[in-house]
Ligand binder design. Structure first.
Ligand code: CO8
Length: 260
């Protein structure tokens, strides 16, 4: 693996850092492929219960797709190589059974905001700037951004973001529900790790089924989604973790969940 993606483990939390600070962590195809490899490694590591994604340096999370890589492409097939790779990898991240958290430490533009849209929880430094400036380059937020954004924020806000290409502050992004919260820059990783560690102590089985139920249910009419939830609940209620959680409550101790 090259060093464009750095993998770390802190306890039960895996951390993936996009490490191209000279280009503000822009994503070219080799880096997107490294991101896929790094994410797969953490996903299959039994010790890792939560995956954090962040950017190297103090300026950027991910300043987008690598404009030099995009500009170098000629012809539909060559463009599609970029589009198909980034779509596959962002979808893999989005549908992971493990909870993901974005630690947004600076510019998260274009493909950077699109990556955030595929993460479960998003915590930003007060200096972060988000947005979809593709239109200013004559490009298109084509890493899933158009479709994820309209499902996550009000349509009129999504259209303004895509039509103007304007950058927004972290506070504005929180106000429209694009990110969870904003914290002082110096406190970002502590806040992210605190949240990650709380989640890492919960049942991996319940987290997995919650993620699947939320995802699948969101695509169904309510009556089908409620039926689906009911079916999933029965998988949880007789699990070792359910018995452990209830017993721990009755015995006035902390539960130790194993994901079974
Ligand atoms: N790609 C490549 N290089 C970049 C990128 C990028 N996205 N962003 C910054 N860089 C490079 C700069 O060229 C510069 O390099 P150099 O030092 O060699 O001149 C270096 O990073 C530092 O950047 P700046 O000097 O510009 O730093 P500033 O602090 O002045 O500005 C900004 C910071 C505002 C973030 C500015 O760099 C900027 O506007 N960057 C571009 C942001 C952008 O437009 N992102 C969207 C890119 S397109 C995209 O994401 C499409 C994804 C989906 C494609 C799927 C379909 C195929």
């Amino acid at each position: 693996m090259s060093d464009s993606i750095v993998i770390e483990k802190k306890g039960n939390v895996g951390i993936l850092t996009v490490n191209r600070p000279k280009v503000l962590n822009a994503l070219d195809v080799p880096t997107i492929l490294e991101l896929e490899k790094g994410f797969s490694a953490l996903e299959s590591d039994q010790e890792v219960r939560v995956i954090v994604v962040t950017g190297a340096g103090d300026k950027a999370f991910v300043a987008g797709g690598d404009i030099a890589d995009l500009e170098s492409r000629q012809g539909l097939q060559h463009y599609q190589e970029f589009a198909e790779t980034i779509h596959r990898v962002f979808r893999k991240i989005e549908i992971s059974d493990k909870p993901t958290i974005g630690a947004i430490n600076g510019y998260a533009l274009g493909g950077g905001t699109e990556l955030i849209l595929a993460l479960d929880i998003r915590i930003a430094a007060d200096t972060a700037r988000l947005g979809l400036p593709e239109i200013s380059l004559g490009l298109f937020p084509g890493a899933g951004g158009t479709q994820r954004l309209i499902r996550q924020v009000p349509l009129c806000r999504a259209k303004e973001i895509m039509f103007t290409g304007a950058h927004m502050s972290a506070a504005e992004a929180a106000e429209i529900g694009l990110i969870n919260r904003v914290v002082p820059k110096a406190a970002l990783m502590d806040e992210v790790m605190k949240t990650a560690e709380v989640i890492a102590k919960k049942s991996p089985l319940v987290l997995k089924l919650l993620k699947r139920t939320l995802r699948d249910g969101g695509d169904m009419p309510l009556s089908a989604a409620l039926g689906h939830e009911q079916a999933v609940v029965s998988l949880v209620f007789d699990s070792a973790d359910a018995h452990e959680g209830c017993r721990a409550f009755l015995e006035k101790r902390d539960a130790v969940f194993v994901g079974k």
